[in-house]
Design a protein around this ligand. Structure first.
Ligand code: C2E
Ligand code: MG
Ligand code: MG
Ligand code: MG
Length: 275
């Protein structure tokens, strides 16, 4: 059964579809203007504790409001941004905006909330990632403990030494690190043990069908045990109903994120609904 639904690391053969490449070229061109023209926005999706039922954090998810094409999902444009190198600017913009948002919520008197930001693989391959992140934190006045950076297993396998040194530096000042989409890429358990990761995010592909698929249930139980044995907390993505929640709760999963709690929503809506 195929679990490798996205971010495939290898394309052995792919027929060239000229219409598709033209579309990509157009989007790449528009992407260059998007930051300048303020076309990006962040949506926020709450994460909740299965012990206290309280909101413990939020994931920032980028949205692109294209002037002609309307909302374009990150699944479409992030890969293009990665191919063209524009991802650097985009990921830095996201981190900066997330920090501003954190500060803004604090200033309004809301309780401090941890914000998770997705960083693409190329960011973890940068020698100056630590400097970029710490500069953003000091510029916005955000405490490192409220920022979580999400990485995927493919980053670790690509350049383990540089990734390890980046993660260690970030972690040493209190920034949280989590492993996103766990189970969908190849990774070595040896690196999992070596890296100072704070939590594991079980990929939604295991959660969505868990009620019908006993393999998924067994894998999820193993992932939860693995995380806890390695001193990590564990959060399940893609929780859409009460039955999935109950299974995860019974099996000692720490937190959940998913449509059952809320879809990703704009910041005004988040402040109104989630605090
Ligand atoms: P991700 O980091 O794994 O984010 C979770 C995705 O699952 C989000 O899709 C979210 O909307 C979706 N989701 C959440 N709950 C549920 C649920 O209950 N059911 C289902 N079916 N889906 C759910 P989204 O926002 O379209 O983002 C897709 C991916 O794009 C993200 O996956 C992440 O890898 C990437 N991405 C998003 N924002 C950024 C960003 O700011 N920077 C970078 N580099 N990548 C980003
Ligand atoms: Mg994520
Ligand atoms: Mg991801
Ligand atoms: Mg994920």
């Amino acid at each position: 059964k195929a679990k490798h639904t996205k971010n495939e690391a290898f394309h052995f053969y792919r027929p060239v579809d000229s219409k598709e490449s033209f579309e990509k070229l157009m989007l790449a061109n528009d992407l260059r203007q998007a930051i300048k023209n303020n076309e990006f926005t962040l949506y926020y999706q709450p994460q909740s504790s299965l012990k206290t039922n309280k909101i413990t954090g939020v994931e920032a998810l980028i949205r692109w409001n294209h002037p002609q094409k309307g909302m374009i999902s990150p699944g479409v444009f992030i890969p293009i941004a990665e191919e063209t190198g524009l991802i650097q600017e985009i990921d830095q913009w996201v981190l900066y905006q997330a920090c501003l948002q954190h500060k803004h919520w604090l200033d309004k008197g809301f309780p401090p909330i941890k914000i998770a930001v997705n960083l693409s693989m190329t960011q973890f391959q940068k020698k100056n990632l630590f400097e970029i992140v710490s500069k953003t934190l000091s510029k916005t006045g955000v405490s490192p403990k409220y920022i979580e950076l999400e990485l995927t297993e493919s980053v670790i396998m690509e350049n383990p030494e540089l990734t390890l040194s980046n993660i260690k530096k970030l972690n040493s000042i209190g920034i949280q690190l989590s492993l996103d989409d766990f189970g969908t890429h190849y990774s070595s358990l040896l690196y999992l043990k070596k890296l100072p990761l704070n939590r594991l995010k079980i990929d939604k592909s295991f959660v969505l069908d868990l009620l019908n698929d006993s393999d998924d249930r067994v894998i999820i139980q193993a992932m939860i045990n693995l995380a806890h044995n390695l001193n990590m907390t564990v959060i399940a993505e893609g929780v859409e109903n009460q039955q999935q929640l109950s299974f995860l709760q019974k099996n000692h999963c720490d937190e959940i994120q998913g449509f059952y709690l809320s879809k990703p929503i704009p910041q005004e809506k988040f402040s109104a609904q989630c605090f």
